[in-house]
Design a protein around this ligand. Structure first.
Ligand code: UN1
Length: 500
């Protein structure tokens, strides 16, 4: 472990030794150096953790929800105290720039605040009964142990979106972080444990647990019918494996899978405003957000005003160590990502695309630092319909609004989308039933950087799940319809007479 990492860990009042005594080594994408080593869980470890989670559920579900919210308020406080250090650890482990690391921890704090409010708003319905002297109501009850599977690119926020809501809904959580980012998960677990300590006795042990390991433990968790909900974030390929396994046992799934997000830039667009939105969306987090802007559909009349400016902005990007102030693009997570990017750019060239950028960035050693690429394409080609988790921005021209919408929707994924326009008809059409088919459809902002207050997720191969804000809490609860007879008769519904 380098001294920088040890210092970050110590500044959270944690012991570097707790992050360096396992059998699984963790390497930083920044310089390829070993950051620490963590202990891998086995399938028997997992089984024991699920058993403990079931026990925790029995107690936690009976604690009043606003009291459960207090635990999440305390978690939010701990996160505030540790924001800078946790952000630095996120940056060191996944390579996003420090500013984005801070943004990610801020999302954790925001979801805690939100969930505290939700803990006093777990509401059901009252429904008119057809029978005299009867009340019909709908309740939301705690669901059970929740399994969270998260990806390397948002190593901590995705856990918090799920955990903050699950905990106020009365559910314990078992979290399997990406194998590439287990150290931030251990730090989050310790932060959660502190909130539990400050909370007092009515929090059961093992309300939140982590599961470190690879595919075997992940699959065993997915297959275990004691896990009421599996909330999985990652590639569409991963979702295709998880969803049928959970369905097989009639479990519940919340899927947050691949995106292939586009921005349509229309002839009336404010180009000055479009540029930062497009550049942040496409090169932010080195193109490794599920919401990253991957496709740009540009009206032919503004193409020449926009595309050279984008290329110029790309040339000026500061690529390098993400811990250093002023860096805008950090490394890709690993060699495989870099190879996938190069392969995708070769495919774009073979399809007639003109590629600017790509390849290793000059003067940065140790990690896989790629030059973000722009690929000007003759039309929407097959390789554009795939999600490559790297900073590639494909650009196509359009001349007719309906064509732009058709191109926009003609990919298998459906996460995020945006239109940049000053024409109110186009803007409103984009968010109409025949407009964008994505879970997120923005006007005059980019595709990434969603706030936690809205429901987050997408359609088609993105998996259909919604997490974080709005009424996403309902996924973590089971719905129960209850009819109570307060009369002295027993009338049957549907007017049925059943004389004994
Ligand atoms: C992800 O990449 O998995 O909207 C999540 C955004 C962030 C979340 C991204 N709030 O870009």
């Amino acid at each position: 472990m380098t001294e920088t990492i040890a210092d970050i860990i110590r500044s959270m009042d944690m012991e570097p030794a707790d992050f360096s005594q396992g059998n699984m080594d963790v390497f930083s994408p920044i310089d390829g150096k070993k950051m620490g080593s963590v202990r891998e869980d086995t399938v028997p470890d997992l089984k024991a953790k699920i058993g403990a989670s079931v026990e925790a559920f029995k107690r936690w579900r009976m604690i009043p929800a606003p009291r459960r919210g207090e635990l999440i308020r305390l978690l939010g406080e701990e996160l505030r105290k540790n924001k800078d250090a946790l952000s630095a650890l996120v940056t060191a482990e996944c390579g996003k720039i420090l500013e984005e690391g801070k943004g990610e921890v801020q999302e954790m704090i925001d979801i805690c605040d939100y969930a505290v409010g939700v803990s006093r708003q777990l509401y059901g319905l009252t429904i008119a009964s057809e029978r005299p002297g009867h009340h019909m109501r709908e309740y939301y009850q705690p669901l059970g142990p929740i399994g969270v599977i998260s990806a390397f690119n948002f190593p901590v926020a995705v856990w918090s979106w799920n955990t903050a809501l699950a905990v106020v809904c009365g559910d314990p959580v078992i979290w399997k972080p990406s194998e590439k980012t287990p150290m931030t998960a251990i730090a989050c677990q310790k932060i959660f444990d502190r909130a539990v300590e400050n909370f007092g006795d009515d929090a059961p042990a093992n309300l939140s647990q982590i599961l470190i390991g690879g595919r075997d433990v992940g699959e065993a968790m997915v297959d275990d019918s004691r896990m009421a909900l599996i909330s999985a974030t990652g590639s569409t390929r991963m979702g295709r494996q998880v969803a049928p396994r959970v369905a097989e046992r009639f479990g519940r799934c919340l899927l947050e899978l691949g995106g292939n997000n586009a921005i349509i830039v229309t002839d009336s667009a404010d180009i000055e405003m479009a540029i930062p939105g497009i550049v942040f969306g496409s090169v932010g987090t080195a193109g490794q957000r599920c919401t990253s802007t991957r496709r740009l559909i540009v009206h032919e009349s503004v193409y020449d005003a926009l595309v050279p400016r984008l290329k110029k902005a790309y040339e000026g990007l500061n690529i390098g160590n993400p811990l250093i102030d002023g860096t805008l693009v950090g490394p890709l997570i690993d060699e495989a990502s870099f190879t996938a990017m190069e392969k995708a750019l070769d495919a774009a060239r073979a399809e007639g695309g003109l590629v600017t950028g790509g390849g290793r960035a000059d003067g940065v050693e140790g990690g896989y630092y790629a030059k973000p690429a722009i690929a000007e394409m003759p039309s929407q080609t097959p390789s554009m319909c795939e999600e490559t988790f790297a900073p590639i921005l494909y650009i196509v021209k359009y001349s007719n609004w309906q064509d732009a919408l058709d191109i926009h929707n003609a990919v298998p994924q459906g996460l995020s989308s945006a239109v940049i326009t000053t024409d109110v008809r186009e803007a409103e059409h984009f968010i109409s039933p025949e407009g964008s088919d994505c879970g997120i459809a923005n006007v005059n902002i980019g595709t990434s950087g969603a706030e936690i207050g809205g429901a987050f997720g997408g359609e088609k191969e993105t998996g259909g799940g919604r997490e974080s804000g709005s009424d996403a809490w309902k996924v973590y609860m089971r719905r129960q319809t209850s009819t109570v007879n307060y009369s002295r008769e027993l009338p049957l519904a549907q007017g049925i007479k059943f004389d004994l």
